[in-house]
Design a protein around this ligand. Structure first.
Ligand SMILES: [Zn+2]
Length: 232
């Protein structure tokens, strides 16, 4: 039997990957893939009303419910919201997880963000992919990862120079994604920013451009864009 393919989404905070790539993950799950949702921090400082301890516990519960609805396995790293360090130590922790999961596809943040945790996550994940792939880095004796394809998700906080290149038609999983999205209080509009309005409108606009109902969009590295053809 062929090995089950694997997609891993790595976000700085809970809700980042669920909102930007959750429907895409669910679509892969429906096609027989295994999916993993990794949160490097809980995003516990995002509430004006609750303490970080209270809100962190709430967001972890919300992320577990969203992952369940998306058919994905949640993973939580112990770093602090707003204080995610861009160090080799953190990259090695992510690389260990990548070696254990052996994904074919990795989704993470785009580079240019208003949130430093997001920008750090971009650099950490790229470094982790490198460390996980090169066999001569010893990571607890774990076997190296094959080169995984990398995609950068469309996040309202990461807009600078973000250029969509790959679109995934999410129309068939849209309703289930909405349910997972609204596992989060911020996904239900509690907390100020109208996340659902932005993301559903965004996927609809992408869908209009690509002639489907709803689509999630991803950027890729420029060196992945080259094509070699016999003829034009
Ligand atoms: Zn975030």
């Amino acid at each position: 039997m062929a090995e089950q393919p694997c997609i891993v989404a790595i976000g700085a905070h809970t809700a980042d990957m669920e909102f930007t790539a959750g429907a895409t993950l669910l679509k892969h799950v429906r096609q027989g893939w295994q999916a993993h949702l990794v949160s490097l921090t809980l995003g516990e400082k995002g509430s004006a009303r609750l303490s970080p301890a209270e809100y962190g516990a709430q967001k972890k519960t919300e992320a577990e419910e969203a992952a369940r609805l998306l058919g994905a396995t949640p993973h939580f790293f112990p770093y602090l919201d707003g204080e995610l360090p861009n160090t080799d130590e953190v990259a090695r922790e992510i690389a260990r997880l990548l070696r254990r999961l052996q994904p074919q596809v990795i989704v993470t943040h785009w580079r240019d963000s208003i949130h430093q945790d997001h920008t750090n996550t971009y650099h950490l994940v790229r470094r982790a992919r490198f460390l996980a792939t090169i066999r001569h880095f010893d990571l607890d004796g774990l076997p190296p990862m094959r080169w995984a394809r990398m995609y950068y998700a469309d996040n309202w906080e990461d807009p600078e120079h973000f250029r969509p290149y790959v679109y995934v038609d999410i129309s068939e999983v849209f309703a289930d994604w909405e349910q997972a999205f609204k596992s989060f209080a911020i996904g239900r509009g509690e907390g100020g920013f109208p996340y659902w309005d932005w993301y559903q409108a965004r996927t609809r606009i992408h869908g209009i451009h690509r002639r489907v109902q709803h689509a999630q969009a991803f950027a890729i590295d420029e060196d992945s864009m080259f094509q070699v053809r016999e003829l034009l």
